[in-house]
Design a protein around this ligand. Structure first.
Ligand code: FAQ
Length: 327
């Protein structure tokens, strides 16, 4: 049994050192931790927090693109966008299920999202103003998500790692469909290219903020890396993303809106300009441009869907009663 209820007021756990050492030895031996295994309460809580936030990000992340389904320029674009948004809903559901194996219910997690207690990715608090944003979201936001999630396929917690395998395959399709939209615009008329550039200008900085604070300011990284929940630090992943994305922008003939972006031969990667951390924290703390709308829309969807959940439960109950009666 994990030591639920043994957490002190300062948030630390009081499991014995021997228990923590035995757990760490399993992690170091690359054994997967499964829901019924003994685990430190801090490990369980870290996963509930991260997987819950990740699930909320997928679900809230349906909104900025859902907004454009009716306005997609062709049937082919509409079908692809519709499929992408449905995939995001599916990712949210796998992730809520993975978190539920740790003893927290979907209703509790949803309540935390609606009350503002649980976070979701800062990126989804920005508005999607033009069709080009559908391309840029796929290219940059899904691109950043993949960079972060590929290492999560090797996360020490089994259900999260396994969920990530399918999620990453689908994110890869999302990234390509986004890049293809931007490519069509960048190679199109001057007005279309301008639309793509304007979109890149608005999404670049929020996308590189998705990786979280600098390592020195990341409160959870050290412990999460020791427990092999995270395999790379926030700055390492941000660097990998920038290095992969700059040549993609060059191929499109678009300019990344960072005058300080320069190749650093010594480190074999790009140096970038200062990130506006005050904007990041403002958005993370719930003051992003679309924050109020996102939560309002999610609450409405939850309330409007109540009858579906009630009907599904009533149907399951009827089937169960029929099965018992027939036995
Ligand atoms: N936004 O100590 P750290 C997607 C918070 S999925 C908001 O470094 P950690 C798919 C952090 O929670 C995108 N909050 O934290 C898609 C913590 O606050 P807390 C989501 C952020 O956990 C594409 C505090 O700052 N992906 O996009 C952010 O070790 C297109 C200190 O930070 C995941 O969730 C942020 N950007 O590292 C869908 C991946 N960054 O909890 C639709 C899994 C940090 O103490 C369309 N998550 N914070 O109150 C992770 O890998 C990690 O949780 C990090 C943060 C890397 C996000």
């Amino acid at each position: 049994m994990y030591s639920q209820g043994l957490i002190g007021a300062d948030g630390s756990t009081n499991e014995t050192q021997e228990f923590l050492d035995r757990f760490q030895a399993r992690i170091d031996a690359e054994q997967k931790i499964e829901p019924t295994d003994a685990m430190p309460e801090g490990y369980r809580r870290t996963l509930v927090r991260q997987i819950g936030q990740h699930a909320h990000s997928e679900i809230v992340g349906m909104l900025p693109e859902g907004n454009w389904i009716t306005r997609a320029p062709t049937l082919r674009r509409k079908a692809a966008l519709l499929a992408k948004v449905q995939d995001e809903g599916g990712h949210g559901l796998y992730l809520y299920s993975a978190a539920e194996t740790l003893g927290v219910s979907r209703e509790e997690m949803t309540e935390e999202l609606h009350s503002g207690k649980a976070k979701y990715s800062s990126i989804f608090n920005y508005p999607t103003l033009s069709w080009a944003d559908m391309g840029t979201v796929g290219w940059l936001v899904d691109g950043a998500a993949i960079m972060n999630q590929i290492p999560l396929c090797r996360c020490s917690f089994g259900p999260y790692a396994r969920a990530m395998i399918r999620v990453c395959k689908e994110e890869s399709f999302h990234q390509r469909q986004g890049y293809e939209i931007v490519m069509a615009l960048a190679k199109g008329t001057p007005e279309q290219k301008e639309m793509a550039q304007d979109s890149l200008n608005r999404w670049w900085w929020p996308s590189i903020m998705m990786f979280g604070p600098h390592d020195a300011d990341s409160q959870h990284s050290d412990q999460s890396m020791a427990w092999k929940i995270k395999r790379f630090s926030n700055d390492e992943l941000r660097q990998k993303f920038i290095d992969a994305t700059v040549p993609q922008a060059e191929y499109l003939g678009l300019t990344i809106p960072d005058p300080d972006l320069t190749w650093n031969e010594e480190k074999g990667g790009y140096d970038h300009g200062e990130i506006d951390w005050s904007e990041f924290w403002r958005v993370v703390k719930g003051h992003g441009p679309m924050a109020r709308d996102r939560i309002r829309d999610r609450k409405k969807a939850w309330d409007d869907g109540a009858w579906v959940r009630e009907a599904a439960l009533a149907h399951a109950e009827k089937r169960r009663a029929r099965k018992i009666a027939a036995e």
